[in-house]
Design a protein around this ligand. Structure first.
Ligand code: UT7
Length: 332
């Protein structure tokens, strides 16, 4: 079987930088509290009228430019998001239409796995590419979290930001690069601690659900924090064990950026120095499905990730969902 390799990366974050001090006049919080409890210093807010698909298109264009290929070569798009433009159709369809992608067999869909969405989507593309079902698959992780975060809820509004990342996955005959292994999990018992109460078939939108602010992300921070520390570290550790990797063997850990304290705990479980952990939470906050591909794109652009580097991606999110992927970097 062929190996599935990430051959190009791209990202987009909105220009509008929102520092922690922005919140000080709006809710009861301080820059100091946000920095020390989360590691976040600023985040980006997308302007009104810019949807998740728009950010995704810009990330994809950056990605395709990087690889120097035409949009019409893409035969599969999978979009990880909890903030699709619409409940339906899939954001993948909106993107395909906006970009006028014309491969005769292009298809795709969205995946809802919250902050683990990019990993789950990458796993889907990997399986398809490995088995010859796709030649050039786009994996997008994108979220406009400002669309679903309650600006009056100080426990959530300070954490999240908007952004998108995209990677291209292609087949390779070289067994020494590409996605080597992965572990993926869902645990629906975590539902109650992180979810959106209304707007689905369980509780359709009404005047009351809007008045009661039930269309925003609801999170019990402490419970989610404890589960995230354990599950993300367990998954990363598991994938390392399965592949006989020690901390020193890993060039880069790319963790979901939810809280700097969760990232530190995962790195220490993996016995990794902090210099080998991709961290940009201070600049973007938590962009949900966007965090991991944005990191990959920034580090690639900065020349800090090298061909054949051992890379471990790890994530945890609503569902609960969590997992880790081990890959050997395939971009020269
Ligand atoms: O993205 C994937 C899933 N999400 C996560 O992984 C997020 C996981 N959770 C977290 O990152 C953290 O739990 C938070 C950042 C959300 C909260 O940090 P914490 O250290 O767990 O705080 P806490 O919820 O235990 O609250 C401690 C105190 C409370 O006050 P009292 O009850 O001790 O008086 C909160 O009301 O901090 C208060 N608090 C705030 N204070 C100032 C909560 N939010 C804020 C705030 N500013 N923004």
């Amino acid at each position: 079987m062929k190996k599935a390799v990430i051959t190009a990366v791209g990202h987009y974050v909105p220009d509008n930088v929102i520092p922690n001090t922005y919140f000080e006049s709006r809710i009861e919080t301080t820059d100091e509290w946000i920095r020390t409890r989360t590691g976040i210093e600023e985040r980006r807010f997308a302007p009104d009228g810019m949807a998740t698909s728009d950010m995704s298109v810009l990330a994809i264009q950056d990605c395709l430019k990087h690889r120097g290929i035409d949009k019409d070569e893409i035969d599969f798009i999978v979009v990880a998001t909890v903030t699709p433009d619409h409940v339906f159709p899939a954001t993948a369809c909106v993107i395909q239409h906006k970009m006028e992608m014309k491969h005769p067999y292009i298809w795709g869909y969205d995946i809802s796995a919250a902050c683990s969405g990019f990993l789950f989507a990458l796993e889907t593309a990997r399986r398809l590419v490995e088995t010859g079902g796709s030649k050039k698959a786009l994996v997008v992780g994108a979220d406009k979290m400002t669309a679903i975060v309650d600006p009056q809820d100080r426990a959530t509004c300070i954490i999240f930001g908007d952004g998108a990342g995209a990677v291209l996955v292609e087949a390779s005959d070289d067994e020494n690069i590409g996605i080597m292994d992965s572990v993926m999990h869902i645990d629906g018992s975590g539902f109650q601690h992180l979810h959106m109460k209304a707007g689905g078939s369980f509780m359709p939108a009404t005047v009351e659900t809007v008045e009661q602010r039930l269309h925003f992300a609801y999170q019990e921070g402490q419970h989610v924090f404890k589960s995230a520390v354990k599950s993300m570290a367990d998954a990363a550790y598991d994938v390392m064990q399965r592949n006989n990797l020690k901390g020193d063997d890993v060039a880069w850990l790319v963790p979901h950026q939810a809280n700097l304290r969760i990232i530190d705990a995962t790195a220490s479980r993996m016995e990794l120095d902090k210099e080998r952990v991709m961290i940009n939470i201070q600049r973007y906050g938590n962009t949900t499905a966007g965090t991991i591909p944005i990191c990959l794109s920034e580090w690639q652009k900065a020349g800090k990730i090298q061909y054949a580097d051992n890379v471990v991606l790890a994530a945890f999110g609503g569902g609960f969902t969590y997992g880790a992927t081990y890959l050997k970097w395939g971009i020269k």
